[in-house]
Design a protein around this ligand. Structure first.
Ligand SMILES: [Zn+2]
Length: 349
C-alpha cells in the first residue's frame, strides 16, 4: 500500500520538482531526461511498485513524510530511501529540554517521578545499533571497591576507533578529571550514551552522528588504570547497566525495544539474564507498587478545597463538611483558625 503511494508520489511529483531544481551540469540533465523518458511511458512506469527498491542512485529530490522527521529521497535510478531529517528532530523536546552542553548531568528529575516501566525503542527501520567497542566486558556496572561504577569498561588498544552506539546529537565533547576525554551523545529515545577515557575526541557539541560513526579514539585519559572505553547508558541522568541493552562481546543488541524499569536506575542493579521466574517476581513487585501508586492517586483525587467567602468561619465550614475543627486543622498544617481570609483555599477532604 505504502509503496503504491510512493509510486504515485513519484509519478506526480518527480517532473515538477526535478525541473524546479534546475540542476546545471550535463550529467544531471541527462539523468533528468532519463526520468522524463520513463514518465513518458506511464504504463511501464507504474507497472510494478517493486521497481522502486531501496537503492543507491543520486538523489534527485526529497519529500517530507511523517511530520517532516523522515525524508523520502528519490534517486535517479528509480530507487528511494529514507533519511532522517535532523533539522526537524532537533526541535523535539528531547533535544531542547535539559540540553546543557558539556554538563555531565543536566537533568534534575527526581528518581521517584520516573515511570516504573518505560518501553524505549532502541532501533527501527531507519536506525541501528553499532557496538562502540566490541569486546568482553572487563569491569561491570555496580559498586566497585566502595565506589559507584556507572558503566562498563571495554578494554582496547589506545588509538582504536570508538563508534556512536545509536544515532543522536553530541551534547558533550569535553575533558574531565574523572572521565578524561568524554563524549556524550543524546538519542531520539531520550537515552544518553557516554564514552570516556578517549585519547582523542573527533566530534563537537551539536554534531549529529549516525550509529557507527567514529566519534573518537580509545585511550586511558582521566582516572583510568589502562586503555579502555568506559561506556555508560543513562536515562534522565540516571545510569543503568549497559548490559541490559546489548551483549558487548558479540556486539549484538538484546532487543529492539528495551523495557527500562525504574529499579534498573539504581547503583546496585545489574543486568541479570532474565529467567521466567525472575521476570514474574519482578513483575509482581511492580504490580504492588502500581497498586500503591493508584491508591495514592485516588486519595489525591478525593482532595477537596473550600474557598473562604465573606462571613465564613472555620467552625461553620467544619460543620458543613460534617467534620471537627481539629480534623480541618490536621488537613491544613499551619492554618490559623482565627485568621482565615476571603479567597483562602482550605482543604476540607
Ligand atoms: Zn569504567
Amino acid at each position: 500500500m505504502r509503496k503504491r503511494r510512493i509510486v504515485l508520489l513519484l509519478s506526480l511529483l518527480t517532473i515538477p520538482f526535478a525541473v524546479r531544481a534546475q540542476i546545471p551540469d550535463s550529467l544531471a540533465i541527462q539523468q533528468m531526461v532519463a526520468i522524463l523518458d520513463t514518465l513518458d511511458t506511464p504504463p511501464d512506469f507504474r507497472a510494478e511498485p517493486g521497481e522502486f527498491r531501496q537503492g543507491q542512485g543520486v538523489g534527485v529530490d526529497t519529500l517530507d513524510i511523517q511530520d517532516g522527521r523522515l525524508l523520502l529521497v528519490l534517486r535517479d535510478d528509480h530507487t528511494w530511501s529514507y533519511i532522517k531529517n535532523f533539522e526537524k528532530i532537533a526541535q523535539d523536546s528531547t533535544f531542547t529540554q535539559d540540553w546543557i552542553p558539556n554538563s555531565t548531568n543536566p537533568y534534575k528529575t527526581p528518581l521517584d517521578s520516573l515511570p516504573l516501566r518505560n518501553s524505549i525503542c532502541l532501533v527501527d527501520s531507519t536506525s541501528s545499533f553499532v557496538c562502540p567497542n566490541q569486546t568482553k566486558v572487563f569491569s561491570r556496572f555496580g559498586i566497585r571497591r566502595g565506589r559507584r561504577h556507572q558503566g562498563v569498561d571495554l578494554p582496547l588498544r589506545t588509538g582504536t576507533p570508538v563508534y556512536a552506539a545509536f544515532d543522536g546529537r553530541v551534547r558533550a565533547s569535553m575533558y574531565s578529571s574523572g572521565y578524561g576525554n568524554l563524549v556524550i551523545i543524546r538519542h531520539e529515545n531520550g537515552l544518553e550514551t557516554y564514552y570516556g577515557h578517549l585519547s582523542k575526541r573527533e566530534v563537537e557539541v551539536g554534531d549529529w552522528v549516525h550509529a557507527g560513526d567514529e566519534i573518537g579514539l580509545g585511550g586511558s585519559t582521566g582516572r583510568s588504570t589502562g586503555p579502555h572505553l568506559h561506556f555508560e547508558t543513562r536515562y534522565q541522568g540516571f545510569a543503568f547497566d549497559p548490559e541490559w541493552i546489548a551483549d558487548y562481546e558479540t556486539g549484538q543488541l538484546r532487543a529492539n525495544v528495551f523495557v527500562l524499569r525504574r529499579s534498573y536506575l539504581n547503583a546496585n542493579s545489574r543486568y541479570v539474564p532474565e529467567s521466567i521466574d525472575e521476570e514474574e517476581e519482578i513483575y509482581a513487585t511492580d504490580e504492588q507498587i502500581i497498586e500503591e501508586e493508584k491508591r495514592i492517586a485516588a486519595e489525591q483525587a478525593a482532595i477537596r478545597y473550600h474557598t473562604v467567602k465573606s462571613g465564613d468561619t472555620l467552625s461553620a465550614i467544619a460543620k458543613r463538611e460534617g467534620k471537627s475543627i481539629n480534623a480541618i486543622k490536621n488537613l491544613n498544617p499551619g492554618l490559623n483558625p482565627d485568621k482565615i481570609r476571603i479567597g483562602q483555599k482550605i482543604r476540607v477532604n
